[in-house]
Design a protein. Structure first.
Length: 91
């Protein structure tokens, strides 16, 4: 049922941010980046990308197309809200 299902944002509140990129998807990394950046008007695409690239392990390669698709699908699913060129977590 719907009470048993948690949204992506609710399920990630306890995961420490350094481990997020190693074990989680790009979408989960975006959630952590937005939470950690704490911008009032939303975090820009560039700041989210830089945050995630800094936390990316050396053995992993950055995949920009996967990042952009995760951001786009998150907006479509309602996990993120796009405000001009910035992104916020949905309430």
């Amino acid at each position: 049922t719907t009470k048993q299902k948690k949204s992506l944002v609710e399920s990630l509140h306890y995961i420490p941010s350094p481990l997020i990129i190693i074990t989680m998807s790009y979408k989960a990394g975006i959630v952590v980046a937005i939470k950690e950046l704490k911008d009032r008007n939303g975090s820009s695409l560039i700041s989210i990308k830089k945050f995630m690239q800094d936390k990316l392990p050396a053995d992993k390669k950055w995949q920009n197309s996967v990042f952009l698709n995760a951001l786009k699908s998150g907006v479509a699913a309602g996990d993120f809200v796009q405000v001009k060129s910035s992104y916020k977590l949905s309430a």
